[in-house]
Design a protein around this ligand. Structure first.
Ligand SMILES: CC(C)(COP(=O)(O)OP(=O)(O)OC[C@H]1O[C@@H](n2cnc3c(N)ncnc32)[C@H](O)[C@@H]1OP(=O)(O)O)[C@@H](O)C(=O)NCCC(=O)NCCS
Length: 178
């Protein structure tokens, strides 16, 4: 039985575990091997600690648990960069590979969207790697519109990114089987 609940500060080690294990499995070949080697549980935990401390920007943080074992998380909040008129952003969503295709991603996006609406946001965007086919199909299944593509530099190598947007969080909740 999967439980979706608010993220708590003592979840950080488990969130770092989910982030690193999922990133290593699903992003191999998308980012450079050199970048993969720089990943560490400690650094990931510190990064999430900083994000959680930045409460003004980060307002919607949820985890998915299977019998108290953390298997996924999603973080959202105010848009961190200007993308058209989108006011909310999905900063990250990660589900352990063994738990994919069970509707957990959908439930996490639903929780984040509802919280963003409660906090006055109307819309949301997310940045994905262009080569991340699973994430793209996930956002497209949720009726995200492709906004634009760009090139970013990660670990000294160029990586193509794509931005998906939902101009109405209400429509996202009601039209995407969330
Ligand atoms: C993207 C991700 C969060 C999706 O999580 P999930 O729990 O597997 O997604 P769901 O089961 O809720 O899927 C919802 C819908 O998205 C689509 N979808 C999800 N994964 C898909 C895939 N690999 N291929 C095709 N469609 C997919 C399906 O239409 C699915 O609906 P269905 O199961 O009724 O067919 C998960 O694959 C993940 O953690 N990936 C690695 C981390 C990552 O890339 N995060 C995004 C960074 S931008």
């Amino acid at each position: 039985m999967i439980l979706i609940r608010e993220m708590r500060p003592n979840d950080l080690p488990a969130i770092a575990r989910v982030n690193i294990e999922t990133f290593r499995t699903t992003h191999r070949g998308i980012v450079s091997d050199a970048f993969m080697e720089t990943l560490s549980y400690e650094k990931a935990e510190q990064r999430f600690q900083l994000m959680l401390a930045n409460k003004e920007k980060l307002s919607a943080t949820f985890v998915a648990e299977d019998s108290s074992f953390l298997v996924g998380y999603a973080m959202g909040g105010l848009a961190r960069e200007k993308v058209q008129t989108f006011d909310g952003e999905l900063y990250g969503i990660y589900v352990l590979p063994a738990y994919h295709h069970r509707g957990i991603g959908r439930q996490l996006v639903s929780a984040v969207s509802k919280r963003l609406i409660e906090q006055g946001a109307h819309s949301m965007f997310v940045v994905a790697f262009s080569n991340n086919g699973a994430a793209r199909q996930f956002y497209e299944a949720l009726r995200g519109q492709q906004i634009h593509e760009r090139t970013a530099e990660i670990g000294g190598a160029n990586v193509e990114e794509v931005i998906y947007g939902w101009s109405s969080l209400d429509s996202l909740l009601h039209d995407s089987r969330l």
